[in-house]
Write a protein that binds this ligand. Structure first.
Ligand SMILES: Nc1ncnc2c1ncn2[C@@H]1O[C@H](COP(=O)(O)OP(=O)(O)OP(=O)(O)O)[C@@H](O)[C@H]1O
Length: 238
């Protein structure tokens, strides 16, 4: 599908012909001389506000590469990505980091929770750099933990929580800043059916005013989305 045809008035994120290449075996002694791997090629897509979009495709098809670009963690080698009218590739690294912190919530399969902090402390962390007062941070973190069904676990450290509970803490942390976009890479990967469902409930329930993108191999997760973008060998499968 062409970029123009895939665009709508309510578009939050628009990618036009994005390609991401990686240099392999690059070293100081063979600068630019390594093999080039094209992870994604000429992908165009648009994501609307309040949409839940799945990204599917076999291993190596480019899902994670696309998710990193959608999350403004990485930029394409060519093509453009616009987020609410902002050209992401035109930002400096510092500006892009600031933009990401204000706009995107990340949920990855490895939860990246800090072991030294309680569940509440982990969820409150993104609010520290925003200058939110300690009292309000605690309150907002507890509200968010309640929303994901962990109100009885607020004082627990991550290592005393199950995998599913840790993933729900990660979801609460991604939601606490009220981001316009949630980018979730394999959020239910290692979870049993019931726990996976709870994680998805927490992610999807709150989508009235935000978009959610979920990359997954898990059919049960993809079935919960509004539509699925299928990748194959770095391109969109038609
Ligand atoms: N940093 C990198 N350096 C070199 N090649 C990379 C790099 N990251 C990804 N690739 C390559 O790009 C292609 C797409 O990888 P990507 O991780 O996006 O796929 P994926 O669909 O997420 O796979 P999986 O489902 O296994 O996680 C693969 O061929 C991979 O080997």
């Amino acid at each position: 599908m062409g970029a123009a045809a895939d665009r709508s008035e309510r578009s939050l994120v628009t990618c036009d012909d994005i390609t991401r290449m990686y240099q392999q075996n690059e070293s100081r002694f063979s600068r630019g001389g390594g093999n080039t791997v094209t992870a994604i090629e000429d992908i165009s897509l648009s994501i609307d506000t309040a949409e839940v979009v799945g990204i599917a495709g076999p291993s190596g098809s480019g899902k994670s590469t696309l998710m990193h670009i959608l999350a403004a963690l990485d930029t394409p080698t060519s093509g453009t990505i616009e987020f609410g009218g902002t050209d992401i590739a035109a930002l400096s690294d510092r500006e892009r980091t600031k933009f990401r912190m204000e706009t995107v919530g990340l949920v990855f399969q490895r939860f990246y929770l800090l072991q030294s902090l309680s569940a509440r402390g982990n969820v409150a962390l993104p609010l520290v750099e925003r200058g939110v007062s300690r009292r309000e941070r605690r309150q907002r973190a507890e509200t968010m933990l309640e929303r994901v069904g962990l109100d009885d676990r607020v004082d627990h450290r991550p290592r005393s929580l199950s995998g599913g509970e840790q993933q729900r803490v990660a979801v609460a942390r991604a939601l606490v800043t009220d981001p316009a976009l949630i980018v979730a890479d394999e959020p239910t990967g290692e979870l049993d059916t019931e726990t996976g469902k709870r994680v998805l409930d927490a992610l999807i329930e709150t989508t009235e005013d935000r978009a959610v993108v979920i990359a997954s191999h898990d059919r049960r997760a993809l079935d919960r989305t509004d539509r699925v973008i299928e990748l194959l060998d770095g391109g969109r499968r038609e």
